[in-house]
Design a protein around this ligand. Sequence first.
Ligand SMILES: *Cc1c(COP(=O)(O)O)cnc(C)c1O
Length: 384
Amino acid sequence: MSDRAARGAIGFHEALIDLEAITSNVRALRERFGTEHFIAVVKANAYGHGAVPVARAALAGGADWLGVAVIEEALELRAAGIDAPIVAWLHDPDERFDAAVAAGVSIGVSTLEQLRAVAEAAGRAAAQASVQFKLDTGLSRNGLQRADWNAAFELAAGFEQTAQLRVDGVFTHLSNATLQDDVDCLDLFDEGVAAARAAGLAPGLVHAAASAAALRQPDARYNCVRVGLALYGLAPTQDPRQARELGLRPAMTVQGRIANVKRVPAGTSVSYDYTYTTDRETTLALVPFGYGDGIPRAASNRARVWLGGGVHRIAGRVAMDQFVVDVGDTPVAVGDPVVLFGDGGEGFPTAEDWAEASATINWEIVTRIGGRTTRRYVRGDADA
Ligand SMILES: *Cc1c(COP(=O)(O)O)cnc(C)c1O
């Protein structure tokens, strides 16, 4: 905990975000992938880490693009003064794209209607819009259906003639089901990219790989990767050892201070529904985090936290604002630091431990942290 102490007093409930970890993770991934372009995905408030500071830290590590889902997220980055290229790919059906075009946001296009709407917005603004085609190659989620590819490419080639827009990229998103499934999708993607070129388009960015494919399938990298999870120091395999082997450090530590401590006899039941009852005299410590802060209720009686020099399991239900841990005879006091998850290399439970305890994935564990949790930024060990 010396390093933790060096970072100053711990807040009541906070997520400590190590921006130096983000920068160094991007640098390590950039080097490993070796692609011409690197899109740092900072959607959903940078997976709970805070969009603006994370975007800056990722750019400092060598990312040359930012990726978000919705245009509002891109505009938030622009409003903070970030002028790096940004792509946004999920749109309101009524979106008219004026704000995106004015802000120079590259627009991921998944339907012919969106393509027409972007061209109209560019016409209104007398500006040239940047478009990137999102091709559905199997995920059956967002993206242009294959039957529409040629029509979309031809329409776009026409709009390029009148300088209303420029097709800057073609991309797809993979399922990570099996390696073969992803290979099949990439084969189809190659056809799509070839068809776009045959229609006269010259997309500068070709991208398919998010964290998982970028790590396991070098031929999915094309000239650009679109990385979220790994830049936060987490591995898509749900194995924190893999992240460490890749030289990645988890950027988020969720921690707080014990709000109450009581010594109780055997037979004491704990929290809603009394799903936990002590089997001996023991000490209960109250942790000021609940599902109102993004802690999964499904982790009740399962996840562990670091407290008093060791890890202890949640006792009873996670409530909206608080949960209890049974620490046995470990001496703990009100105000002691408690770490819910952080860097496993420092002995803390990990986001992956919480994911396993809650039957979910590390992506969800970090992204849902919010509510009353304060984000506190540190530059990392070097200048803490
Ligand atoms: C969220 C997202 C990513 C990033 O995925 P990770 O698995 O977190 O790296 C990339 N591309 C698209 C289209 C996404 O929606």
